[in-house]
Design a binder for this molecule. Structure first.
Ligand code: GTP
Ligand code: MG
Length: 289
């Protein structure tokens, strides 16, 4: 099912029409951050924690740098087979070649996971491009992973990650500079509060320290995700986010269709003495009719 959804087209659309009677809207958690921040290691730890809680987690790893190799994903820390035998599921999607299609295949895949009874759904993306930040930021809860060291928080801010963060994780807390990074983040959160960027309902993203390699702090990350979820539920935030997500996806689908129509009506266009603006207005009128 996931393969067909990733391929796109009509079949993908039909598949994502599927819903399961038991589907109740899985909690979607985006995990994003700079390349090498430890997202996959953290995700692997989270899956194990979720499995011990008796949940059925699914992971969609939008992973340009470390695609599926020999049945092992997330380094060799988490083997697909182990996770599957415990009721979880991991899917790796390469971004190469179809970065644009991701904007549609990711929500489609989330619906498929939901229909199959997985909850929560974790989405790992590298927070570098706008598409990737959009994908992670469209989750119910977005976890932004940064590392200790001078300027890492500032870089995350520049990449647009601060705005989408519901939970901050400073991973590699075994290294020097953890407190500097924490201070930088607190400062930026204070400033965003001053400039009115902060969530109007008074939520302030917590900052969790982790060492993903040995699992330290991982439970606290999940607790923070749950706390954020509870906040959303008490403020209608969940409906708001899902409505935004719905509008965003409709917009992208509409855009794709309009682009196809534009390509069709302009394919054989020849100059006829009128200005490009005049021709565009005429075609727009015809397209929208
Ligand atoms: N010292 C230390 N190293 C870590 C920690 N977490 C992850 N690493 C190491 O950092 C490297 C990158 O980890 P990944 O989990 O692959 O990072 P990622 O963010 O998924 O990387 P990309 O998907 O390539 O962007 C690996 O060598 C990890 O072993 C940590 O808490 N402490
Ligand atoms: Mg990774």
């Amino acid at each position: 099912m996931l393969t067909l959804i990733e391929r796109g087209g009509e079949i993908a659309d039909e598949i994502t029409e599927l819903t399961h009677p038991a589907a109740k809207g899985a909690h979607v958690v985006g995990i994003t951050g700079a390349p090498g921040a430890g997202k996959s290691t953290l995700t692997g730890r989270l899956i194990r924690h979720l499995l011990t809680l008796g949940l059925r987690p699914a992971v969609l790893a939008v992973d340009p740098s470390s695609p599926l190799t020999g049945g092992a994903i997330l380094g060799d820390r988490v083997r697909m087979d182990d996770v599957a035998s415990d009721g979880g599921f991991i899917r790796s999607v390469a971004t190469r070649g179809h970065a644009g299609g991701l904007a549609l295949s990711v929500p489609g895949s989330v619906r498929a996971f939901d229909a199959c009874g997985f909850d929560p759904v974790l989405i790992e993306t590298v927070g570098v491009g706008q598409v990737e930040v959009d994908i992670a930021g469209a989750a119910d809860t977005t976890v932004v992973v940064v590392n200790p060291g001078w300027g890492d928080a500032v870089q995350a801010n520049k990449a647009g990650l601060l705005e989408v963060a519901d939970v901050f994780v400073i991973n590699k807390a075994d290294r020097d500079g953890t407190n500097d990074t924490r201070r930088d983040l607190e400062l930026m959160l204070d400033l965003s509060h001053v400039s009115g960027h902060e969530d109007t309902s008074g939520y302030r993203p917590p900052i969790i320290l982790t060492t993903a390699t040995d699992g330290h702090g991982v439970e606290a990350v999940w607790d923070a995700v749950i706390a954020h979820r509870a906040h959303l539920e008490s403020t209608n935030g969940l409906e708001r986010r899902r409505a935004n997500r719905f509008r965003h996806e409709v917009r992208i689908r509409l855009g794709t269709r309009v682009e196809t129509s534009i390509a069709a009506v302009t394919a054989d266009l020849e100059p006829d003495g009128r200005s490009p603006a005049a021709v565009a207005i005429e075609l727009a009128t015809r397209l929208l009719a």
